[in-house]
Design a protein around this ligand. Structure first.
Ligand SMILES: *Cc1c(COP(=O)(O)O)cnc(C)c1O
Length: 368
């Protein structure tokens, strides 16, 4: 059996006529940039997130950058970021001129270790970017407590966490602003680049909207310099179409994860995801851990199963950050994880049959 890591074609085929119709309308209305379909998506996505405002932008990296800029963060400031995430999280900080301060991972669940955050707070700390990595919410109660105590802003990186919840409440309840990516492989994926910023703060929403569109509201009255990061009309129409299916797709991901858990639990040194019982994990990725990661990955590949590693080099150890001079002992958990984590195929269209096949090969490897 051949099982891809993600299968965007299968998803398109299940909704092809809706998507094709949506694309045709964008052309007929020449609503190419922002425009009525982006507006509709913004209204619907704000409602989905149970928030007041949503601003569509060019991609998830821009969403983070613009949110930080909207808080006035720049040169001389520091922003706290987890050691294990995609580089976009830290890149957005550096782009503003601020300095990235990494924090190691929680020893159990891959998110930021909230017990280490306060040791990294300084006079210069202006914000923290918790990442809800792989779709599991970070410990936002603890993070909000620390942020309020030190007067620092919370910019949530929700790129992998569309629809995730804590105590049955959506993530907007736990921080100032939420940044989403709709990169095609994300839980809600566009057919190109797209992102959004979601907030309940009206002033922040206005500032974000202006920053994303050359510092203006109407055509040529630029109050300040911003950037050009607007959502494309096609992406708005496609996302609007796909948003209606997202709750169902999320449930399918969760069901798939449950089946993986059942089959892989207690299988030798395979460590399945550790999920806090008060959160709704939306499984952008299903990540296991084993000391024999490289050999297992090869074994699965030989059996037609594609896997991924998210991420093979923790951020502090990338060439891009060698100027910070970090050693393995600075982020021991992230350093250990980068050699042990393995992402198994995860998408709504994955069948029980396929999951059983993948699990059987993982178990077979253990005994081979
Ligand atoms: C995908 C991703 C981003 C960036 O999103 P783009 O739309 O690709 O710019 C940021 N943070 C995390 C954690 C991501 O997974």
């Amino acid at each position: 059996m051949n099982i891809p890591f993600v299968d965007l074609k299968a998803q398109y085929q299940s909704i092809a006529s809706e998507i094709d119709g949506a694309i045709k309308k964008v052309i007929a209305d020449t609503a190419f940039i922002n425009g009525k379909y982006v507006k509709q998506f913004e209204v619907n996505f704000a409602q989905y997130c149970k928030t007041k405002y949503c601003i569509g932008v060019g991609n998830g990296t821009d969403a983070l950058f613009i949110a930080l800029k909207a808080f006035g963060i720049g040169k001389g400031d520091e922003v706290i970021v987890p050691a294990n995430t995609f580089i976009a999280t830290s890149e957005a900080v550096t782009l503003t001129g601020a300095r990235v301060v990494f924090v190691d991972c929680n020893p159990n669940n891959y998110n930021i270790d909230v017990n280490l955050i306060e040791t990294c707070v300084s006079q210069k700390t202006k914000a923290i970017i918790p990442v809800h990595l792989y779709g599991q919410p970070a410990d936002m109660r603890a993070i909000r407590h620390i942020a309020e105590k030190h007067g620092i802003k919370i910019v949530q990186d929700c790129a992998q966490a569309h629809g995730a919840e804590i105590d049955d409440k959506f993530l907007a309840n736990f921080g100032d602003v939420l940044c989403f990516s709709f990169y095609p492989g994300k839980n809600l994926g566009a057919y190109g680049d797209a992102g959004a910023i979601v907030t309940n703060d009206e002033n922040l929403a206005t500032r974000v909207r202006m920053l994303a569109n050359h510092g203006r509201i109407s055509k040529y009255d630029h109050e300040f310099e911003g950037v050009n990061s607007r959502m494309d009309g096609f992406q708005g129409a496609i996302l609007n179409t796909k948003l209606m299916h997202l709750p169902e797709w999320t449930e399918m991901r969760r069901k798939n994860a449950e089946l993986y858990n059942q089959l892989l639990k207690g299988q030798g040194d395979i460590i399945i995801p550790d999920v806090s019982n008060n959160v709704k994990h939306v499984y952008h990725l299903y990540v296991i851990r084993t000391k024999k990661r490289t050999m297992l990955q090869q074994y699965l590949k030989d059996n037609g199963i594609a896997t991924g590693i998210h991420y093979p080099i923790a951020l502090p150890y990338l060439q891009a950050y060698c100027y910070l001079g970090y050693k393995p002992e600075h982020f021991p958990i992230a350093y250990q994880y980068q050699n042990e984590i393995l992402s198994l195929p995860m998408y709504p269209e994955l069948t029980a049959n396929m999951i059983e096949y993948i699990a059987s090969k993982v178990i077979e490897f253990k005994f081979s």
